[in-house]
Design a protein. Structure first.
Length: 209
């Protein structure tokens, strides 16, 4: 992809969760990544496994808690395109409890708000009209159980985004609940590729997105 298309600076695979069926966290995780796939087909939203063109990004802002989304912003700011490669599949595993699921969604939403407000870049999943249109096409009375899980997931996502929009953003957490960095919207850190602080060791880490 990068060798053939020189205007593409970053490409990403399709994440498919290994969570089981029959529990809310498992079904919600599956539904979210399915919607991630549908959004990415229209407007690339990359996560879990990505490839970058060398020489563009040398590090990430220390405040970032959404690494791949921040990389997207840096790549686009440098004048390159993003590409979604659904044929390349990566398996991941989401939260196992409702509490961890909510904490993860709130943390990711806070990171996306920080990226938009501080760096001026909005990921494609922040487009509410696109999300609403695609989500409505997934709801059907013919599949009541799936629709019920989907509606529950939508409700959690709405609540998580509302909580994340508060001034005090949630601490960065993993599936296990371990706290990490707390992003701040008032941070003066620049997100420009040439002025960000160097944190090359973080480029290899791929948190859930």
């Amino acid at each position: 992809m990068l060798l053939i298309n020189h205007d593409i600076g970053m490409c990403g695979a399709r994440p498919i969760p290994t969570n089981g069926h029959g529990t809310f966290p498992g079904e919600a995780t599956r539904f979210l990544w399915h919607m991630h796939h549908r959004v990415a087909l229209e407007a690339p939203k990359l996560g879990e496994l990505v490839m970058l063109r060398s020489g563009i990004v040398h590090g990430l802002p220390p405040e970032s808690c959404v690494d791949e989304a921040t990389l997207e912003g840096l790549i686009v700011a440098a004048g390159y395109r993003l590409a979604y490669v659904p044929e390349a599949v990566v398996h991941n595993h989401g939260p196992e409890t409702v509490r961890d699921f909510v904490r993860q969604r709130r943390r990711i939403a806070a990171g996306h708000y920080w990226l938009r407000d501080v760096c001026g870049y909005a990921v494609s999943t922040m487009d509410v009209s696109r999300i609403a249109r695609l989500t409505l096409s997934e709801l059907s009375l013919r599949t009541p159980t799936r629709t019920a899980y989907a509606l529950g997931t939508i409700g959690v996502e709405v609540i998580s985004r509302a909580l994340a929009s508060s001034t005090s953003a949630p601490a960065r957490t993993t599936t296990s609940g371990r706290s990490r960095r707390r992003p701040s919207r008032s941070s003066p850190t620049s997100c420009a590729p040439n002025t960000i602080s160097i944190r090359a060791s973080r480029l290899a880490r791929s948190p859930n997105t």
